[in-house]
Design a protein around this ligand. Structure first.
Ligand SMILES: [Zn+2]
Length: 250
């Protein structure tokens, strides 16, 4: 993907990597602590010293959702120190409307919670940067349906793809009546213990959403969307042991 990072451990202990700022937190008098998601080294913590001084050499380049190339000095703990930032895209459109801002915050939060470590998930990185770019360019994409679609794709990138083609317990293909996070997919009426009802529209939509680019996410009714949203949440709860924020404020 050409966005790889280079680590010079022995020479100067410097990491150069592309990344996306998930969170930017004020720290102390003038510093910022960033959570950066990277293609090859997962989530990183980094401190930007003096970032909040008016004459900071970082300027406004450390805002959340910014995609950039970072030069980091390796810290002793797991907090590196930022020595250089070169913006690739500020994704400024995400700050133009409350809906886009909220959409992007939830998308970043899902990555931060689901992929909270140094393992590389380059597909998840690509999904994150492409999705933020799309919503930044057209705010009408900042919907709950597209957030749920994004989360479904994120599950796949994280290796947690729900089983949707037949009953996840017995393999029956004829009748699907529910979804079980514990079983990791859809289930038939005989295997419905610990499941919740999932209708045909929700199942078809999940399959279609996974088969289309995010920007072409198919339309879906409110009840089916709620079911699909719950299927994503329960998959994450059972298999990654974490809770996601709700997909949307509404
Ligand atoms: Zn079954």
């Amino acid at each position: 993907m050409g966005a790889g990072s280079r680590v010079h451990w022995n020479l100067s202990k410097v990491i150069e990597t592309e990344g996306l700022i998930l969170r930017s937190i004020r720290y102390g008098e003038a510093d910022r602590i960033l959570h950066i998601y990277t293609p090859d080294e997962g989530r990183m913590g980094a401190i930007a010293k003096g970032a909040r001084k008016t004459k900071s050499r970082f300027g406004a380049r450390l805002e959340p959702f910014t995609r950039a190339r970072f030069t980091l000095r390796v810290g002793r703990g797991d907090l590196h120190s930022i020595s250089g930032v070169e913006t690739i895209s500020p994704n400024g459109g995400l700050r133009d409307s409350a809906d886009s801002l909220d959409w992007a915050a939830r998308a970043c939060d899902a990555v931060a919670r689901l992929l909270d470590g140094p393992d590389p998930h380059p597909h998840a990185y690509n999904l994150l940067v492409n999705s933020l770019d799309s919503v930044s360019n057209s705010r009408e994409l900042a919907t709950k349906a597209i957030q749920v679609s994004y989360r479904l794709k994120l599950l796949v990138a994280a290796g947690l793809q729900p089983h949707l083609s037949s009953c996840a317990v017995c393999g029956d293909e004829d009748l699907i009546s529910g979804f079980s996070g514990e079983a990791g997919g859809v289930v038939c009426p005989s295997c419905s213990a610990a499941s919740f009802p999932l209708g045909a529209e929700a199942l078809q939509w999940m399959v279609d959403a996974l088969g289309h680019p995010l920007v072409d996410t198919p339309k879906v009714g409110e009840i089916a969307l709620r079911q699909a949203d719950r299927a994503v949440s329960e998959t994450v709860e059972f298999h990654a042991n974490i809770r996601l924020r709700p997909a949307s404020a509404r």
